[in-house]
Ligand binder design. Structure first.
Ligand code: BG6
Length: 479
């Protein structure tokens, strides 16, 4: 089949709020995740009004990369990572979000992190907003339902572009901008957009308005970034969970196709620079009144992305003649017509394990958009056991990653998909986004910390550490 491209970016992925800790250090203000308690599989995280003394907020300390960044980056270097995808905590740079001037101490922290990465030959891949909006913008302005927040985001982006223009080439504007299409769980609109749906409001309409503002913010930031450094590679980032028809029944096929629009709407606008007809028809049909300002169409046209980053964890399946209530299920794929796929096993958290779905996704996205793709999240959340001698055997994780790498290699070397890189999620154990747990571990580096925040924070290498190091050394030949 040939070889993987020589400059393929094998890496790892993280997000500031899930691993940095230091939530109130260095001048940082609280973000929307700093008021989220811990949940569990099937138990939602609570979003509290303020920070309450007697509650546990797992992201406050996370794994304390804030104090430990040199040692952690040295481990990433030892693993041979060619890139690290992480994010910039918006509220480290603008603690409340609406200040005139950025926080110098926050900017210096990322100078140090980026310099350390570059010292180890690791290319930074930066997401500007990975669920880290300053809490003040959510509480006082209503988050992205308010057009003013577009300006605050663009200012934040501009400050980062100016400051790090010689250190960062790959940028992404919003993490999983499309996961809020699932309005059944308030978590997604809150973390994506700082939005709480009020009683009597139509959640979908609110979501589309906030989403429109984010698409505008993304396009404006992209245009600004290109002005500051024309060599920047500007990306969008979406969650991609392919939706399969349950059978060859044409009703199942068409239903799956319609559901796929939930995945495609945001990237369609990011890539093409205009709204697809199926959404305009939906606005008309449902009577949604989404406010566009004069000039918005031009802004979208002038701010399209250079590459599409996406997360891939699993697939879902829908059946036309089944209706069930899935509202309690917080997994990305929760759909009213969702059914179990008899050909696919699931993880302990109910996430379907489907490597072929990754090859299918790469082909579908590449056929549709014809721009480079970047797998910026993929991985296996599982419970790990530390043996008496400190070793951690994680064959299931290795098997998951191996099968997904095989699938992506087939997409590149057989199908001809243009793929920039692969950054497995949570390269070091971090706080889970959906459940707030520590025991749902994705890392190749174990962190001694539990769900209640106990533990020494010591780092240990899992078996997957050496395995992945070899994968990178051989450019994906030895799996
Ligand atoms: C993606 C997010 O949805 O999935 C990450 O971008 C998140 O922030 C990841 O951590 C895995 O989800 P979880 O809930 O297992 O941490």
């Amino acid at each position: 089949m040939g070889n993987m491209p020589k400059d393929f970016l094998w890496g790892g992925a993280l997000a500031a709020h899930q691993f940095e800790g230091g939530w109130n250090q260095g001048g940082k203000g609280p973000s929307v995740v700093d008021v989220m308690t811990a949940g569990a599989h099937g138990v939602s995280r609570e979003i509290t009004e303020t920070i309450e003394e007697d509650k546990f907020y797992p992201n406050h300390e996370a794994i304390d990369f804030y104090s430990n960044y040199k040692e952690d980056i040295a481990l990433f270097g030892e693993m041979g990572l060619k890139c690290l995808r992480t994010s910039i905590g918006w509220s480290r740079i603008f603690p409340k979000g609406d200040e005139e001037e950025p926080c110098e101490e926050g900017l210096q922290f990322y100078d140090k992190v980026l310099d350390e990465l570059l010292k180890h030959g690791i290319e930074p891949v930066i997401t500007l907003s990975h669920f880290e909006m300053p809490l003040h913008l959510a509480r006082e302005y209503g988050g992205f339902r308010n057009r003013k927040v577009v300006d605050f985001f663009v200012k934040f982006a501009e400050v980062c572009f100016e400051r790090y223009k010689d250190k960062v080439t790959y940028w992404m504007t919003f993490n999983e901008i499309n996961n809020k299409m699932d309005v059944s769980n308030p978590l997604f609109l809150w973390t994506n957009s700082g939005v709480v749906v009020k009683e009597g409001e139509n959640a979908k309409e609110v979501m589309y308005q906030a989403g429109h503002h984010e698409l505008i913010a993304s396009a404006l930031a992209i245009a600004k970034g290109k002005e500051i450094n024309p060599n920047f590679k500007m990306g969008g980032m979406v969650s991609h969970v392919p939706i399969y028809p349950y059978s060859s029944n044409p009703e199942d096929i068409m239903l799956a196709e319609e559901y796929m629009r939930q995945r495609f709407f945001f990237p369609d606008v990011h890539v093409r620079g205009y709204y697809p007809n199926y959404v305009l028809k939906e606005f008309e049909r449902e009577g949604y009144n989404i406010k566009f300002e004069d000039g918005d169409e031009e802004i979208l046209r002038n701010g399209t992305i250079d590459y599409l980053g996406f997360s891939y964890y699993m697939s879902t399946t829908v059946k036309s003649d089944v209706e069930k209530d899935n509202t309690g299920d917080i997994v990305n794929g929760a759909l009213p017509n969702g059914v179990e796929n008899p050909y696919i096993k699931a993880s302990d958290w109910g996430w379907a394990i489907d490597p072929t779905g990754l090859r299918y996704t790469l082909n579908r996205l590449y056929d549709r958009y014809q721009i480079p793709l970047f797998i910026v999240e993929n991985g296996f959340g599982a419970i790990d056991t530390v043996e008496e001698d400190g070793s951690i055997h994680d064959p299931e994780r290795i098997e998951y990653l191996k099968s997904h790498i095989e699938a992506l290699e087939k997409a590149v070397m057989y199908d001809g998909v243009d793929l920039i890189g692969y950054t497995p999620w949570g390269i070091i154990d971090i706080v889970s986004f959906t459940t707030g747990e520590m025991k749902k571990r994705y890392g190749m580096i174990y962190v001694d910390r539990d769900n209640e925040g106990r533990g020494s924070m010591k780092r240990y290498k899992k078996d997957s550490f050496d395995w992945y190091k070899k994968v990178i050394q051989t450019n994906g030949e030895e799996l």
